[in-house]
Write a protein that binds this ligand. Structure first.
Ligand SMILES: [Zn+2]
Length: 359
C-alpha cells in the first residue's frame, strides 16, 4: 500500500518538563494501522472488490490547546488510487503511539544502561511540512494482488468449533483446525531443543448473510529448509521455494499464506532453572521476540496475517506445547483469540466462489 503524507511526523519525549529525545515516525510505523484500517473498510463493505490499489493518506489535526506543530491527532484515510474521497478514516491519537514511546525508551535504556521510568515520560506528536512524498511499500514478500475472498457460512464453521473463545472488538474471527495444532505440536516435539516452524495457509472468507469477513486456516507447511537454532528460526530462500512448490501442488487458488507458526522450546531454555521458578518464568508464557516481530512486520504485514506460537507450558514437572495466537490490531501486534475447529471433513463452503479484493 502506498503511504502518502505532506508532513513529517515526529514524536517528542519529555521527562519532568525536560526534552528527552525526538524520534521521527517512519512509514513502517504506520503500515500496520493502515493495513488494519483497510481490513476494517473491507469488513464493513466500504471497499468493493474492484482490485484497485489503495493508498493511505496521513494528515495532521493540529491541537487547538497546544498550538502548531503539536498534534491532537493524525487523520489516516484509506483512499482508492483512482479516487479522491476516502473509503475509510481513522483518527490516531497520541495515546496510539505509546508502543513506539516504550520502544524508544527501551532502546535508550539499552544504550545507556539506565532506564527512565515510563510513567515519568510525557510525549507529544508534532508535524512539520515536508515535500510531498509517495512512500512505496517495502515489504519483502507481498501477498498476491488482488487477493481472493471466498464465500462461506460463518455459522457452519462455528458449529464445528470445540470451545468458542471470545473475539475481541475489531478482530476478524479466526478458525484453526485441531489437525494443524496437532501437526505443529508433533513437529515441535520432534525438533527437541531447537525452534521449528512453518507457514500457515488459509482462506479469507466472507459470509454474505452476516456481512462479516473471517479467516479459516486450512493447513500448515513445515519449514523444512529453515535454519533452526535454540532461540531463532530463519526462513531461507530454499524454505520459501519449497513452500511455493507445495502450494502449487495443492492447486487451491483460494489459499493464501495467512501467517506462520514457530515453537518456543522453553524446556531447552529453562532446564537449568529450579522447578518452582519455571512456571513464573516469562519464557514459558506467550510472547513474540524482537526478531519474531521484525519477521512479522516484513513478511506478514497484512492486517489479517497471523503468528502462531507453540508455547512450552509448565505442566507438573515437565513441559507441553500449547498454542497462542498473535495478530495485528490497531496498535500493532497483540495476542488474540481464535477458535479451534474439530477434526471432521465437513465441507465448509459451497465451492468457495472467487472474488477479488484490492490490497
Ligand atoms: Zn519466537
Amino acid at each position: 500500500m502506498l503511504i502518502e503524507a505532506d508532513f513529517r511526523f515526529v514524536l517528542e519525549l519529555f521527562e519532568a518538563g525536560r526534552a528527552l529525545s525526538q524520534t521521527s515516525l517512519e512509514k513502517d510505523h504506520f503500515r500496520p494501522v493502515a493495513e488494519w484500517a483497510a481490513l476494517q473498510a473491507l469488513r464493513r463493505g466500504r471497499l468493493d472488490e474492484s482490485g484497485v490499489p489503495l493508498r493511505a493518506r496521513l494528515d495532521p489535526i493540529f491541537s487547538d490547546e497546544l498550538g502548531r506543530p503539536r498534534l491532537a491527532a493524525i487523520r489516516l484515510a484509506i483512499v482508492r488510487l483512482d479516487r479522491t474521497e476516502p473509503d475509510w478514516v481513522e483518527e490516531l491519537r497520541p495515546v496510539d503511539f505509546a508502543d513506539r514511546v516504550y520502544a524508544v525508551l527501551a532502546q535508550q535504556a539499552d544504550g545507556k544502561r539506565q532506564s527512565v521510568p515510563e510513567q515519568a515520560v510525557r510525549y507529544v506528536v508534532n508535524a512539520y511540512p515536508a515535500p510531498p512524498v509517495l512512500l512505496e511499500s517495502s515489504g519483502v514478500r507481498e501477498m498476491p494482488c488482488p487477493m481472493p475472498v471466498g464465500e462461506a457460512s460463518l455459522d457452519d464453521l462455528r458449529l464445528r468449533t470445540r470451545s468458542p473463545t471470545q473475539e475481541l472488538e475489531g478482530e476478524i474471527p479466526v478458525f484453526i483446525p485441531e489437525d494443524v495444532i496437532r501437526e505443529a505440536r508433533e513437529q515441535a516435539d520432534a525438533a527437541g531443543e531447537v525452534e521449528t516452524g512453518g507457514v500457515l495457509l488459509g482462506r479469507l472468507l466472507r459470509d454474505p448473510a452476516q456481512a462479516e469477513l473471517f479467516l479459516e486456516v486450512t493447513c500448515q507447511i513445515p519449514a523444512r529448509q529453515a535454519i533452526a537454532e535454540s532461540t531463532r528460526l530463519t526462513f531461507t530462500p530454499e524454505t520459501w521455494s519449497e513452500i511455493e512448490d507445495t502450494m502449487a501442488l495443492r492447486r487451491r487458488p483460494d489459499e493464501i499464506m495467512v501467517g506462520w507458526w514457530h515453537s518456543h522450546p522453553a524446556h531447552a531454555w529453562c532446564h537449568a532453572c529450579p522447578l518452582e521458578r519455571r512456571s513464573a518464568c516469562s519464557l514459558t508464557r506467550p510472547f513474540l521476540s524482537e526478531a519474531d516481530r521484525i519477521f512479522q512486520a516484513s513478511v506478514f504485514s497484512r492486517a489479517h496475517s497471523l503468528a502462531l506460537v507453540l508455547v512450552d507450558r509448565v505442566v507438573g514437572e515437565s513441559f507441553a506445547f500449547e498454542p497462542a495466537l498473535f495478530g495485528w490490531c490497531r496498535e500493532g501486534l497483540r495476542q488474540r483469540g481464535f477458535q479451534l475447529l474439530r477434526n471432521e471433513s465437513a465441507p465448509t463452503s459451497s465451492g468457495s466462489r472467487q472474488r477479488e479484493i484490492p490490497r
